[in-house]
Design a protein. Structure first.
Length: 185
């Protein structure tokens, strides 16, 4: 029995190839059919590999995750986590605006509407800042880049571009890549 042939068969089975696919490749490579059949008779069966897809995380998961890491300015946040948090805040803000209009009855209660928005803004300011800084960390930038916001118009545009950029593919000084850290969704 040829050890090289047996190892090739085992590796191919582990990679998910069927017996027929492996036999065809071996024939193309010039192996004799008798040797191939003998190798399959002696090869140890490999249990099927579980190739299930990773669990998909929902929009709500990422939004709540932003609040769970309320004041955590360390580590990295993927684009998905950042933008779902921003989208969630937008949706909740629109909902609060609608509820506020219903409660105060249009223009008569602009003070009450302002109070609703102020309370919501105070609630989200620290988690929003934290997720933005973790997003900057993910692109291998310091959280100090946030101060670009102090430059009118251009600073905000630059930060927006930074948040759209893909993750730094490797580990950096802020931690491992969250896409490769069992958090691929």
């Amino acid at each position: 029995m040829n050890q090289e042939l047996e190892n090739y068969i085992k590796e191919s089975k582990n990679s998910g190839f069927t017996d027929e696919q492996i036999k065809q490749e071996l024939k193309k490579a010039g192996w004799q059919e008798n040797d191939i059949n003998q190798a399959f008779d002696y090869s140890v069966p490999v249990p099927p590999v579980n190739v299930s897809k990773p669990e998909k995380k929902s929009f709500v998961y990422y939004y709540i995750e932003g609040f769970k890491k309320y004041a955590d300015f360390n580590g990295r946040s993927r684009r998905k986590e950042y933008w779902f948090f921003v989208l969630g805040n937008l949706i909740v803000g629109i909902f609060i605006f609608g509820i506020g209009l219903i409660i105060v009855g249009g223009n008569r209660g602009s003070l009450a509407l302002s109070i609703f928005f102020s309370a919501f803004s105070l609630l989200i300011i620290i988690p929003s800042l934290a997720v933005l800084i973790r997003r900057l960390h993910d692109t291998n930038r310091s959280g100090l880049w946030w101060f670009l916001n102090l430059i009118p118009i251009i600073g905000g545009i630059i930060l927006l571009i930074f948040t759209f950029q893909d993750s730094n593919p490797n580990s950096n000084k802020y931690g491992p890549n969250p896409k490769l850290n069992g958090n691929s969704n």
